[in-house]
Design a protein around this ligand. Structure first.
Ligand code: AHG
Length: 281
């Protein structure tokens, strides 16, 4: 596992340089779900794939930017699903973006996740590693230094609501309105890595990306975005659900499957469960 974490740290240093100096324009390619790939997406993907290819314990990798699982070392122990540069369109306007990694044994299912890691590229570069606890490191003079453990409070005061109100189901809109009426603060940049990082570091709250009229199964991908952050939130003492069940209990049928998702502290997640249970009646 250490070799994998070292490879992720090296990728973060290289991707930081790429973000600072690279071309933020579009490429001529589309990924498997039809999104036009930015040159930064493709280059970040190559950086990570090349680093994992040198790690003996990596058996296979799958990237959000690719269509298939790639075998790396037949004798390797770990499988890694990653999103090389989530929110890459935000680089152009100089907002924060991130890389996300889910590290599995045996199979890409929630119960086989053994660690999740994300990197936030903001004014600072921060790396969060979730195993049995969640620890944050910061890039200082070329090395990552331990800064703090991350533990969510039972209740927070931030709300990050994804998608657009015109596509939300009525019960979801009412729930979000009620949450704001209770005094929660809006914090939504459009990049899930910084948005979820902020909720984790500021004690708690709720990030939601529901099933919507234009995307009934949500936007965020299970393997590359939802499962790794679900693991981080659970290990930090919070929870992650699809409205009805733990997202880590969902069985993925295709590597690019998406899911509605809610990440938060326990009070907020219980509130979502109550609203969605009531709606299902
Ligand atoms: P992309 O990588 O295509 O820019 O998508 C970013 C993701 C995620 O990071 C963010 O939370 C979400 O899409 C934002 O989507 P909405 O604009 O629909 O809220």
């Amino acid at each position: 596992m250490n070799e994998i974490l070292e490879a992720i740290k090296k990728s973060a240093v290289a991707i930081k340089a790429l973000i600072e100096t690279g071309d933020t324009g579009k490429s001529d390619n589309e990924n498997s779900t039809g999104d036009t790939q930015l040159k930064l997406d493709i280059q970040s993907d190559i950086i990570i794939e090349d680093l994992f290819a040198q790690v003996a314990s990596v058996k296979a990798i799958v990237s959000e930017e690719q269509d298939e699982i790639k075998n790396v070392n037949a004798d390797g122990e770990y499988l890694i699903a990653y999103d090389p540069l989530d929110g890459s369109s935000l680089v152009d306007v100089n907002l924060s973006v991130g890389s996300i990694f889910g590290i599995y044994k045996n199979d890409f299912t929630g119960d086989n996740l053994v660690a999740a890691v994300y990197v936030v590229f903001g004014p600072r570069v921060e790396l969060v590693i979730a195993t049995d606890e969640v620890k944050m490191y910061r890039l200082l003079n070329g090395d990552f230094h331990f800064m703090q453990k991350i533990v969510l409070n039972p209740k927070g005061n931030l709300k990050a609501p994804g998608s657009t109100q015109s596509c939300w189901p009525d019960h979801h809109k009412k729930m979000v309105d009620d949450i704001f009426n209770d005094g929660y603060r809006l914090r939504y940049s459009g990049g899930m890595v910084p948005d979820l990082h902020q909720i984790l570091l500021k004690g708690g709250g709720l990030f939601s990306y529901p099933g919507t009229s234009d995307r009934p199964k949500g936007k965020l991908r299970q393997l590359f975005e939802v499962f790794p952050f679900a693991y981080v939130y659970e290990q930090a003492g919070g929870a992650a659900i699809d409205g009805h069940q733990r997202v880590l209990d969902i069985k993925t049928e295709h590597i690019h499957d998406t899911s509605p998702c809610f990440f938060g502290s326990n009070v907020e997640i219980n509130r979502v469960l109550e609203v969605y249970k009531e709606h299902a009646k």
